[in-house]
Design a protein around this ligand. Structure first.
Ligand SMILES: [Fe+2]
Ligand SMILES: [Fe+2]
Length: 324
């Protein structure tokens, strides 16, 4: 059995990873998407614009509950709603880009015959498809959508390959830190509301494929974390809530650019971020990840304090995540 140079030898072979990789690789072939063949971008019903009554904010978006939003006419609500979804897709595209860089650098270090190489490449290809899908949707809205703040984007571009090399377990936390909140929001949007058919098609493709990516990242963590030294496990336990405190608002909160482009007052955006519903939404978006951390022994007292300090801790929600 060959192994990745920096991986503990107990990680491959008899563990959960090898059979999962085989199954996921097979599914990537049989169920994978080509987003330009599988989405009818040019069909009349798929045309998307702020004039469409189906593009307002999702009902559970905290911004949708503000007095300001409720007082706007349909045209403003639709413009805000479409910009909000397109901005989330842009952040999603940038996250996919960073994820591909990390996976490519991870795959580069694998030996001949390592089954993880094939699955990593399948995932890179799928994330490339998602990047194109998200960017195509943004382009079709015609909106001047911005993604992550430049500082975060620049830092992440430099840091991701380094983290991936020095602390692969933290890299897989970053993977879930992006994938879990996006997946949570998209599943909820598909379950609870009606939306534009193009947005729905994009979300369904993404949710289907992310199930494989999430299973992979979770299993890698289950294999790797128990093999870490106590010190590395402790450092990881504190890093998780810290990195999530940066990633979750990027994925979950309404972006500041709505003020610049649609005149949403900054204090309304702030009010929407601070409501109990918004706090709960951020906590819910990482409930599965929080539960995984508990399973992996990453919820020591200092870690719980950090989770609480960044506003992402809630024990009750983890039972819900278990049932979901
Ligand atoms: Fe993706
Ligand atoms: Fe993914």
């Amino acid at each position: 059995m060959t192994a990745i140079v920096d991986r503990n030898p107990t990680d491959t072979g008899g563990g959960r990873l090898a059979p999962l990789l085989e199954r996921l690789s097979r599914q990537s072939v049989s169920k994978g998407h080509n987003v330009y063949a599988d989405i009818a971008w040019d069909e009349a019903d798929m045309a998307i614009s702020a004039a469409d009554p189906r593009v307002g904010l999702f009902a559970f978006d905290p911004l949708a509950s503000t007095d300001w939003y409720r007082a706007q006419d349909a045209a403003v609500q639709q413009a805000v709603g479409l910009h909000r979804i397109a901005a989330a897709m842009k952040v999603g595209m940038q996250f996919e880009n960073l994820l591909q860089r990390g996976l490519l650098s991870y795959a580069m270090r694998m030996d001949n015959g390592d089954p993880e190489f094939r699955y990593c490449q399948h995932e890179v290809i799928e994330e490339a498809q998602h990047s194109m899908m998200f960017q195509e949707l943004v382009n079709r809205t015609g909106l001047p959508v911005e993604g992550m703040p430049v500082g975060i984007r620049t830092l992440a571009t430099i840091a991701v390959p380094i983290i991936n090399r020095l602390a692969p377990e933290l890299f897989f936390v970053l993977v879930l830190g992006g994938e879990d909140p996006i997946d949570y929001l998209q599943r909820r949007q598909l379950r609870e509301g009606t939306t534009h058919p193009l947005i729905e098609r994009v979300m369904r493709i993404h949710v289907n494929e992310e199930a494989r990516h999430i299973a992979y990242a979770r299993t890698v963590l289950k294999e790797r974390v128990p093999a870490l030294s106590r010190t590395r496990r402790y450092l990881l336990s504190l890093s998780v809530p810290f990195v999530l405190s940066i990633m979750v608002p990027l994925m979950v909160d309404a972006p500041g650019q709505l003020a610049k482009h649609h005149g949403v007052p900054s204090e309304v955006l702030r009010e929407a971020r601070l409501t109990p519903e918004a706090r709960l939404l951020r906590k819910e978006s990482v409930a599965k990840l929080r539960r995984l951390c508990r399973e992996l022994g990453l919820m020591n007292r200092s870690a719980v304090r950090t989770w609480r300090r960044v506003g992402l801790y809630q024990r009750d929600l983890d039972q819900v995540a278990e049932a979901a």
